[in-house]
Design a protein around this ligand. Structure first.
Ligand code: AMP
Ligand code: MN
Ligand code: MN
Ligand code: MN
Length: 276
């Protein structure tokens, strides 16, 4: 049975390893099929593809799109995309534009709370001006002594009600799914257990995902408890979604679970890779 890991990050978004290093690590850890899914970015795929050819593993071209649904930020994985598709390329560029503006506003918000230089600090932690994430701010805040570790940052900063939080409108759900489909890919709701929505709203979200022709949900994610894995496997069956599995690896020391360290999908779900 092949080992799949369909969610990972490189330095092209907020991971700590370059695209080739992510691929090599996955190969060393026994992954057969890896998706590189940088936040709102596909710039790492070419390097990852070359490394995959050398390492003998299969690379799935991917990305993790930031989406706004009601007041909630969702992440939608694009799997098995054609990264040259103009609709997707333009859509991602639009999301990154918004991200740049947001990063400056996060810097302003932290400055107002007495932490100057955060935008510049986050930029130093990032590879590209167009892809600064809260993770980069978190690394800066740790470096500057405002928190002991990134997890602590997300309790005291950058989240609703705390310094460094700014409201932001990402792509629409149906819009993001359309870009992914235009690129021939599958649209998969990432880590559904992470969103702060109640059970009724989750069913509405999954209904909208289905109505917008979304293809799957990530059933296996390190952020899911055993109960959530069972719940989302059931949702996948009931709503007719394929099931995906990914470590959401960000790098040594920053992830609970390493590349390829996922269990088997629960019985009774259709893997998102069924027709690959
Ligand atoms: P952004 O897309 O800029 O809002 O940044 C989101 C990223 O921040 C996620 O992909 C995670 O890598 C990281 N993140 C969010 N919440 C936490 C948390 N509680 N602990 C550690 N990292 C987090
Ligand atoms: Mn991330
Ligand atoms: Mn995510
Ligand atoms: Mn991710």
């Amino acid at each position: 049975m092949l080992r799949y890991d369909l969610h990972s990050h490189s330095t092209c978004s907020d991971g700590l390893l370059g695209p080739a290093a992510v691929v090599r690590r996955a190969a060393e850890r026994g992954v057969d099929v890896l998706a590189l899914t940088d936040h709102d970015e596909i710039a790492g795929l070419a390097e990852a593809r070359d490394a995959a050819a050398e390492s003998g593993i299969r690379l799935i071209d991917g990305a993790e799109l930031s989406v706004s649904w009601r007041e909630v930020t969702l992440h939608v994985l694009a799997l098995n995309i054609d990264p040259s598709c103009p609709a997707l390329v333009d859509g991602l560029a639009g999301i990154r534009d918004g991200r740049s503006t947001r990063a400056r506003r996060i810097g302003d918000s932290l400055a107002a709370a007495g932490i100057p230089g955060a935008y510049e600090g986050a930029l130093r932690c990032a590879t590209s001006e167009s892809l600064i994430s809260r993770t980069h701010f978190a690394r800066f805040l740790v470096e500057a002594g405002h928190a002991r570790e990134t997890r602590e940052v997300f309790q005291r900063y950058l989240v609703a009600g705390k310094p460094g939080h700014v409201a932001h409108e990402w792509a629409g759900l149906a819009q993001a799914i359309d870009w992914i489909h235009a690129a021939g890919g599958q649209a998969v709701l990432a880590h559904p257990g992470r969103y702060k929505v109640n059970a009724a709203d989750m069913r509405e979200l999954l209904g909208e995902l289905r109505d917008a022709s979304g293809d799957g949900i990530e059933v296996l994610s390190p952020s899911h408890t055993a109960a959530q894995i069972a719940l989302f496997a059931r949702h996948a069956r009931v709503f007719g979604f394929a099931a995906s599995s990914g470590s959401d690896y960000h790098g040594p020391g920053e992830s609970w679970v390493d590349l390829g360290d996922m269990p088997q999908l629960p019985a009774g779900v259709t893997p998102v890779w069924q027709d690959w």
